[in-house]
Design a protein around this ligand. Structure first.
Ligand SMILES: C[C@@]1(CC(=O)O)C2=NC(=C\c3[nH]c(c(CCC(=O)O)c3CC(=O)O)Cc3[nH]c(c(CC(=O)O)c3CCC(=O)O)/C=C3\N/C(=C\2)[C@@H](CCC(=O)O)[C@]3(C)CC(=O)O)/[C@H]1CCC(=O)O
Ligand SMILES: NC(=O)c1ccc[n+]([C@@H]2O[C@H](COP(=O)([O-])OP(=O)(O)OC[C@H]3O[C@@H](n4cnc5c(N)ncnc54)[C@H](O)[C@@H]3O)[C@@H](O)[C@H]2O)c1
Length: 292
């Protein structure tokens, strides 16, 4: 819960709203199939959107051509330039990725009139929202945004965050999703005392179990966890619900949360230290140079 003084501290604003926009089945108009357009298509396909792409054939990059060929049901392609307001009919979202600021301005202006959210890759002040550097691992989605200040830095910070991950988080999250879905099947109540109890139980198991242990959950273990845990108002240990012994990689990483560091997490752990040391050496060099 936020305190009133924390809320006051946030009042100057200057940020943007960070949300996970659900695009499944929605129609998105993408204008421009060059390098930036191709990257947008990848993002849109991952979000299950239906794409209409407008772009003269001669400017398409190979990745865009591959997407068009591979996903004919998901991408409706017209090999021509944007023609006017009729192109916006029934669109939920519009993205421009073109090398013509005048055309970007025209399209973004029409979108504003039609109240359709728009992103113009070349003109930040016309954007209703920005893209960010993205890490995806199954249901895990991490976005780094500099709010328009330095996109290259966002991409570099993404690499640091990537290096700090273990590679199992996405799988663990999808198993947690299965557990939550099964629990909601047993207790479908929304809100109220039961809803609060369900949230508390889910939070407790997420806090108590090392994240990597969730990767081993299967249907039988999920049912046992709910029978022995939820139904008895407690959180069983991993060993109580799993009859098979833990694979050694999971054992090593699980125990690292209580002090021991595994080989992979040790190398991940060294990256921020190396970055910090490089930063410290750099700052010292800059300060020495400034003194001269
Ligand atoms: C994160 C990423 C996501 C993506 O596009 O998917 C993304 N740009 C990426 C890379 C990148 N873009 C540019 C460079 C060259 C170096 C540099 O300028 O830094 C590099 C570096 C590279 O290619 O490595 C040039 C550039 N970018 C914008 C302009 C227009 C302008 O600023 O005027 C210009 C031309 C500027 C000029 O002409 O000088 C504008 C935007 N770019 C954004 C997102 C939004 C703000 C995000 C944020 O603040 O974090 C925003 C505002 C609008 C938007 O695109 O939604 C992706 C990294 C993906 C990854 O690798 O993970
Ligand atoms: N936001 C970002 O992350 C980012 C990064 C790099 C560059 N940019 C900027 O984004 C723009 C696009 O970059 P790019 O590398 O993809 O360019 P590009 O030249 O590779 O691609 C532009 C595409 O748009 C098409 N096009 C041009 N006018 C059109 C119109 N009126 N209707 C339909 N299609 C049209 C071209 O045929 C081409 O396929 C540039 O202005 C660039 O400076 C943005």
């Amino acid at each position: 819960m936020q305190t009133v003084s924390e809320i006051d501290d946030l009042s100057p604003g200057g940020g943007s709203l960070m949300i996970a926009w659900q695009l499944k089945g929605k129609r998105v108009l993408l204008v421009g199939g060059g390098e930036v357009g191709a990257s947008r298509i990848g993002h849109l396909l991952r979000a299950d959107a239906h794409i209409t792409l407008l772009s003269p054939e001669k400017g398409l990059v190979p990745t865009t051509k591959d997407y068009i060929a591979k996903y004919p049901q998901r991408i409706t392609y017209y090999g021509r330039s944007f023609t006017g307001p009729a192109e916006l009919h029934k669109m939920d979202l519009v993205l421009t990725a073109i090398d013509s600021p005048a055309a970007s301005r025209e399209i973004a202006g029409l979108c504003r009139q039609a109240k359709i959210p728009v992103n113009a890759a070349d003109i930040p002040e016309l954007c209703d929202f920005y893209f960010g550097a993205q890490i995806r691992d199954g249901p895990l989605q991490i976005m780094i945004s500099s709010n328009g200040n330095g996109p290259r830095i966002s991409a570099l910070i993404k690499e640091r965050v990537q290096a700090s991950l273990g590679g199992y988080e996405g799988l663990a999250l999808s198993k947690i999703g299965m557990l939550r879905a099964e629990l909601k099947k047993r207790v479908p109540d929304i809100g109220g005392a039961v809803g609060r109890k369900r949230m508390k139980w889910m939070s407790k198991i997420c806090n108590d179990w090392p994240l990597i242990d969730f990767t081993l959950l299967d249907d039988a273990m999920i049912h046992k966890l709910l029978d022995e845990g939820w139904e008895k108002n407690r959180v069983p240990t991993f060993e109580e619900v799993c009859e098979k012994p833990k694979p050694s990689v999971v054992q090593a990483t699980s125990s690292s949360t209580s002090g021991e560091v595994s080989k992979t997490s040790r190398s991940n752990f060294l990256i921020p230290i190396a970055n910090f040391l490089a930063g410290a050496v750099f700052m010292a060099a800059v300060m020495l140079a400034r003194r001269r």
